[in-house]
Design a protein around this ligand. Structure first.
Ligand code: DAH
Length: 338
C-alpha cells in the first residue's frame, strides 16, 4: 500500500499539470478527492492493513490528501485570477449593461417640425446675433425713440449700445440688409425679456420669425401660407380667427387664433374656457421697415410673422410650466424620447 500511495501522488502531480480550465479542475477533484475518488478508496483499504502499519499509512494518506488538495487550490487560483495584464475571462452569463443614449430636447423637436413644413413650402432658414443693437431690435423695425410700443418689451440692456434681442424680428432687418427680394425665409432663435419668472414666462425663450418679400405679395398669400402651416402642424378641421392688432413693423397686423384642439372650441383649461388659442402674430411689412433697409415700398410688398416655439410645444404637449424646458430634469426629458 505504501507504494500505491507514492504512485498515486505521482499520478496526481502529472494530472494537475494537464488541467487548464474549470472543467479540468472538477474532473481532477472527482478523480482524486471526492468521496468515491482514489484517495478515499485508499482510506477504505486502511481498515484491512495490519494494525501496526495503520498509524504510519494513515499519516501518509493524510499528507497525500492535503498535498493533492493544495495542488487543486493552487491550480484553481491560477485559473480564476490570471497573471496581471491578462484580461479576466468574460462571464457570458452576466446581463448586459444598457448604454444611455440622449435624445432631442422637446423644443428642438418642435422647431424641427416647424422648419420642415416651411422648408417644404420653399422657405430658407437664416439666423442672427442674440446680442443686438437698438437700431436692429427697435429703430429699423419702426419703433421710433420714445415710441410707447417699446414699453411692450422689457429689454435687458448690456450697455448704452448693446442689448439682448427681445424678439427674432431684427433678423428680418439683417437678412434684408444683405439680400435683395424675392425673399422667403424663416429665422428661429433665442430671445430674452426681463420679466418676472413664473410658470408662464421665463427670461429667455424661443421664436420663429418668418418673412416673405416680393412684387405683388398680398394678405391673401399670408393667409394661405399660414393656414397651410397651421393645418399641417396642428391637423385638419380647425377653425381660424384673424384678429386685428398692432405691431410697429407690420400694417395691417393680426393675431391668429385656432379653435382649441383639446376641447374643439367648447372651452377647457388649456384655452381658459375661451375655445380659442392664440398661436402667432403676423402682418404686412410696414413701408417704413422697407425704407430702413433700402427697399422701395412702391415696388415691393411682403408679409412677416412670429411665433413662440416654447408656447407651441407647451400647447402641443399640455405642459403647464415653461421652466420645465430649462431644468434639464431627465425625468421630464425622457418623456419626449423619439
Ligand atoms: N416680434 C413679435 C413679438 O415678439 C412677433 C411678431 C409679430 C413678429 C408679428 C412678426 C410679426 O414678424 O409680423 O411679439
Amino acid at each position: 500500500m505504501h507504494s500505491e500511495i507514492t504512485s498515486l501522488r505521482e499520478e496526481a502531480e502529472n494530472a494537475i499539470r494537464t488541467v487548464t480550465d474549470a472543467r479540468g479542475i472538477d474532473e481532477f477533484r472527482v478523480r482524486f478527492l471526492a468521496r468515491k475518488g482514489s484517495i478515499a478508496a485508499l482510506f477504505d483499504r486502511l481498515k484491512t492493513a495490519a494494525p501496526e502499519d495503520r498509524p504510519a499509512l494513515g499519516k501518509m494518506l493524510n499528507e497525500l490528501r492535503s498535498a493533492v488538495q493544495q495542488m487543486l487550490d493552487e491550480k484553481s487560483g491560477a485559473i480564476q485570477a490570471p497573471a496581471s495584464g491578462e484580461a479576466a475571462p468574460a462571464d457570458l452569463s452576466l446581463p448586459g449593461r444598457r448604454g444611455f443614449i440622449g435624445s432631442k430636447h422637446p423644443l428642438t423637436q418642435t422647431l424641427d417640425e416647424i422648419r420642415a413644413i416651411f422648408v417644404s413650402m420653399g422657405f430658407g432658414v437664416a439666423d442672427g446675433p442674440e446680442i443686438e443693437d437698438d437700431y436692429h431690435n427697435f429703430e429699423a423695425l419702426n419703433f421710433p425713440p420714445d415710441h410707447p410700443a417699446r414699453d411692450m418689451q422689457d429689454t435687458f440692456f448690456l450697455g448704452p449700445r448693446a442689448l439682448l434681442r427681445t424678439h427674432t424680428s431684427p433678423v428680418q432687418i439683417r437678412v434684408m440688409e444683405e439680400h435683395q427680394p424675392p425673399l422667403r425665409v424663416i429665422m428661429p432663435g433665442k430671445v430674452y425679456r426681463n420679466e418676472a419668472i413664473s410658470a408662464r414666462s421665463y427670461c429667455m425663450f424661443h421664436q420663429v420669425e418668418g418673412l416673405c418679400v416680393d412684387r405683388g405679395v398680398t394678405f391673401a398669400e399670408l393667409k394661405g401660407t399660414l393656414i397651410e402651416f397651421i393645418t399641417r402642424y396642428y391637423g385638419a378641421g380647425l377653425k381660424f380667427r384673424f384678429r386685428p392688432t398692432f405691431f410697429p413693423f407690420t400694417e395691417p397686423s393680426a393675431d391668429i387664433y385656432i379653435s382649441c384642439f383639446i376641447c374643439g372650441g367648447k372651452g377647457c383649461r388649456l384655452c381658459k374656457q375661451s375655445g380659442w388659442l392664440e398661436i402667432l402674430g403676423c402682418g404686412m411689412v410696414d413701408p417704413n421697415v422697407f425704407r430702413s433697409v433700402g427697399y422701395d415700398p412702391e415696388v415691393y410688398t411682403g408679409y412677416a410673422f412670429g411665433m413662440g416655439i416654447d408656447r407651441i410645444a407647451m400647447l402641443r404637449h399640455g405642459i403647464d410650466d415653461i421652466r420645465l424646458f430649462f431644468d434639464n430634469d431627465i425625468r421630464f426629458l425622457n418623456q419626449f424620447r423619439q
